[in-house]
Design a protein around this ligand. Structure first.
Ligand code: F0G
Length: 345
């Protein structure tokens, strides 16, 4: 069941809204007992990489496309570190509309670039970082009167709230801690708004503390200062001037939470831990969440037994280079059984 079907009655849709549907949302929430046990908490992972284009962006993109089509839009544009462009390109292909995507040159994981290209978007590589590409996309959308589907589009955030609603429905309550990677700062704002909705509707009685994790080299919110030259292995969150800064700060301070930073090394270690100790392959940006928890636990700042949800925002297959760089190549043998038995130690 897609997001507009499952949650249409809580979203701004009517009979006039086209029923766009790629069966996005309703992603698994998996309990990670081995890793949780080591951290002394009850750990759950929301597998947003199971969405049709492999990231959480599909949740918001479906409503952004439906509402833009309802308003007569014929073409779409976005800037992206990779996942927004993959998602927008997929929905544009599905509804049969042209889509322009602006990507920071040389800084997008190969899987994401392949997605945008094969879905048939017009892919434009911009000499500059994501922040510059987004400025250009906003100006071009205005001039050419086409729909922008970055998270500056309010329907994206409204529909991304469904992630929080699903977590509450599965757990029967909100978690104590909700941990999410922060780039352009839309998703943390959407989750907080979603939890507050469920609280206002009497579906949950307590709200989680929101913990936003940024990469050390791209941490404008954690440090409180803009970051003109963001750099991190987690290219999805390589952003120096987040559009959602204000609402993200409200989410963190309003919930009694905080921002945390992690190094690239900590991110890649957490990626390996998730894969090898839970069987879950998530892209580096997503793994910043677990890296943040590991750091908090080591500092004695993780309250024991906390029910904790990490949002694994994107699929690990999108960025195989990052994973291979951490684990090295396979064992090589010739074609004999003896050699095989020799390496099966
Ligand atoms: N995780 C992944 C895998 C992402 O792709 C992004 C953002 C984030 C986390 C951060 O979410 O921006 O709402 O704070 N990716 C955007 C993109 C910027 O263009 O795909 P945010």
């Amino acid at each position: 069941m897609g997001v507009l079907t499952r949650y249409g009655k809580y979203l701004p849709v009517s009979e006039k809204t086209p029923a766009v549907n790629l069966e996005e949302g309703s992603t698994p929430l998996v309990r990670l007992d081995r890793i949780g046990g080591e951290l002394g908490i009850e750990l759950w992972a929301k597998l947003e990489g199971c969405n049709p284009s492999g990231s959480f962006k599909d949740r918001g993109m479906v409503l952004a496309f439906a509402k833009a089509l309802e308003d007569g839009a014929r073409a779409f544009v976005c800037a992206s570190t990779g996942n927004t462009s993959a998602s927008a390109a997929a929905y544009a292909a599905h509804v049969g509309a042209p889509c322009y995507v602006l990507l920071p040159s040389g800084k997008v994981a190969l899987g994401k670039l392949a997605q945008a290209l094969i879905y048939g978007a017009r892919v434009i590589s911009v000499e500059g970082n994501f922040d510059r590409a987004l400025e250009m996309a906003r100006e071009a959308a205005e001039l050419k009167k086409i729909a922008i589907v970055n998270s500056v589009n309010p329907y994206r955030i409204i529909s991304q709230k469904t992630g929080a609603w699903e977590i509450c429905e599965t757990l029967g309550q909100a978690p104590d801690l909700h941990v999410v990677p922060v780039g352009n700062a839309g998703n943390i704002s959407a989750y907080w708004a979603g939890y507050r909705d469920f609280n206002a509707w009497g579906r949950i009685s307590a709200l989680p503390k929101m913990i936003g994790v940024q990469a050390e080299g791209a941490a404008p919110l954690a440090t409180g200062k803009p970051c003109p030259n963001p750099e991190t292995v987690a290219t999805a969150i390589r952003i120096g001037n987040p559009v959602g800064a204000k609402t993200a700060i409200e989410a963190v301070s309003g919930s009694g939470g905080f921002f945390e930073t992690v190094t690239d090394g900590e991110i890649l270690d957490a990626q390996k831990t998730l894969a090898s100790r839970a069987g879950i392959f998530a892209e580096p940006a997503s793994c910043a969440t677990l890296a943040g928890l590991v750091k908090l636990a080591a500092a004695g700042k993780l309250p024991g037994g906390s029910k904790t949800v990490i949002v694994l925002t994107g699929n690990g297959l999108k960025d195989p280079d990052a994973a291979v760089s951490r684990v090295g190549p396979p064992v090589k043998i010739g074609g004999t059984l003896d050699e095989l038995l020799g390496v099966m130690t």
